[in-house]
Ligand binder design. Structure first.
Ligand code: PLP
Length: 405
């Protein structure tokens, strides 16, 4: 049974630290990592946590402590990962549409880089030639993921070098004598269907013959986790078996063993996160009862951004009779978290918990409406500790330059 924080624990934490509050459960992250390790134990697999999902440095340190590597989406994430203590050789920078100067910065820090455009690949060749092993991010033209907004490998996506441009890639590699160490794809997020990964592997395997120094096939992240009760996530154990078979087949054909890398974000931290809010106002209008909470899309944008589902429970009155609510925020904008959601009777001041709040929750939070961002708490060894204080008015003004008239 997965480890969970109970209503009782969450109520205590809400009382101690106040709300809105993100709470992360370290042992749950460990459990997810161990599940991946077990599923891929017979494959030469390495996992790089896609830290864009949640970058609090204490979470990064925990992830490092359990033996996982780090995948970064910006040079600042690379710097954070290094500050958290990851060795440069355990850090991957999968760039997208970035200035070449960021690639130079990443190289000077000694991390592995996946390049996603022909122009940056050419510049890389001019600057480093064969001296620095590098990766190529390809767009495999595969439709995958929970919805179009989180699908990144299809034939209209901005991500990666379109696989149909492979001849141009090969020209650059030859002309500049590049050392290609990894081929990378990331087709999307919330990929339940294991077959999608097989399709990606097939695209990359057809290209292996062109890259004699290739060591790694990097299949990106995107494992789905359950959001609604009864929902299923990606069957990573099945995926582990199919990846093993496919990599053994390729070893026979090419006479060399390749490693597989993955970049899980949600899989590691989504279920470890809880978002706690308090109900400010109940508003009955016609058939609808709005439960207006002390948060909004500024703190958790996923429902408004992607139509994401977050399961919500009333932890102050869990045995109350379930009734339908529109759970909405306090932002001057339509910010609906849930519509007609059956939740145990809600009273003003009750605490609600949003599940699956570890990934892309705090990380996408903003100060919109000049509101403070939530605080963050990490629960580890049964101890709840503050890992980000709540904003203050000074923080709101911190980067503003007040002009003197
Ligand atoms: N790798 C890359 C390149 C990504 O862009 C992302 C997120 O979109 C991930 C990994 C992690 O995806 P997820 O959180 O769905 O596992």
């Amino acid at each position: 049974m997965p480890q969970v924080l109970t209503h009782h624990q969450l109520l205590e934490i809400a009382g101690e630290f106040g709300t809105p509050l993100y709470v992360y459960h370290a042992e749950r992250i460990t459990e997810q990592y161990q599940r991946l390790r077990a599923a891929f134990r017979e494959t030469d697999a390495t996992f790089f946590y896609a830290c864009k999902a949640l970058t609090n440095i204490n979470v990064l340190r925990h992830i490092k402590s359990i033996g996982c590597n780090a995948d970064c989406s910006s040079i600042n994430e690379v710097k954070l990962a290094l500050l958290a203590g990851f060795e440069p050789s355990k850090v991957l920078y999968t760039s997208n549409n970035i200035a070449f100067s960021e690639i130079e910065a990443a190289v000077s820090l000694g991390v592995h880089v996946n390049i996603d455009s022909l122009s940056n690949l050419r510049k890389f060749g001019e600057r480093y030639g064969h001296s620095y092993p590098v990766g190529i991010r390809l767009r495999p033209n595969i439709m995958a993921g929970g919805n179009l907004k989180i699908s990144t490998g299809h034939n209209k996506s901005k991500f990666g070098i379109p696989v149909e441009d492979i001849d141009q890639v090969l020209d650059i590699v030859k002309e500049k004598n590049l050392h290609i160490r990894t081929l990378h794809i990331h087709t999307g997020s919330e990929i339940k269907d294991v077959e999608v990964f097989a399709k990606g592997i097939e695209v990359l395997f057809n290209l292996v013959k062109h890259f004699p120094e290739l060591e790694v096939i990097d299949l990106g992240g995107g494992f789905k986790v359950p959001y609604a009760p009864g929902e299923e996530g990606t069957d990573v154990e099945l995926l582990g078996k199919s990846v093993k078979a496919e990599f053994e087949a390729i070893a026979k054909i090419y006479g060399r063993r390749l490693q597989v890398w993955f970049e899980p974000g949600k899989f590691l931290v989504s279920e470890a996160g809880y978002f706690l809010v308090q109900v400010n106002v109940l508003k009955q209008t016609g058939d609808t009862c709005f439960a207006g909470v002390n948060s909004g899309l500024n703190h958790l944008i996923r429902p408004m951004f992607y139509g994401s589902y977050h399961h919500i429970e009333n932890i102050s009155n869990a045995s109350g009779v379930p009734e339908p609510y529109h759970v909405v925020g306090n932002i001057c904008e339509t910010d609906t978290f849930a519509e007609d959601r059956m939740i145990a009777e809600i009273r003003e001041d009750d605490y609600l918990v949003f599940y699956n709040a570890g990934a892309y929750g705090f990380e996408m939070a903003s100060n919109y409406n000049s509101r403070f961002k939530p605080a963050e708490v990490l629960v580890k060894d049964n101890k709840a500790r503050l890992i980000r204080r709540r904003d203050t008015m000074e923080d709101i003004l911190a980067t503003q330059v007040v002009l003197e008239d």
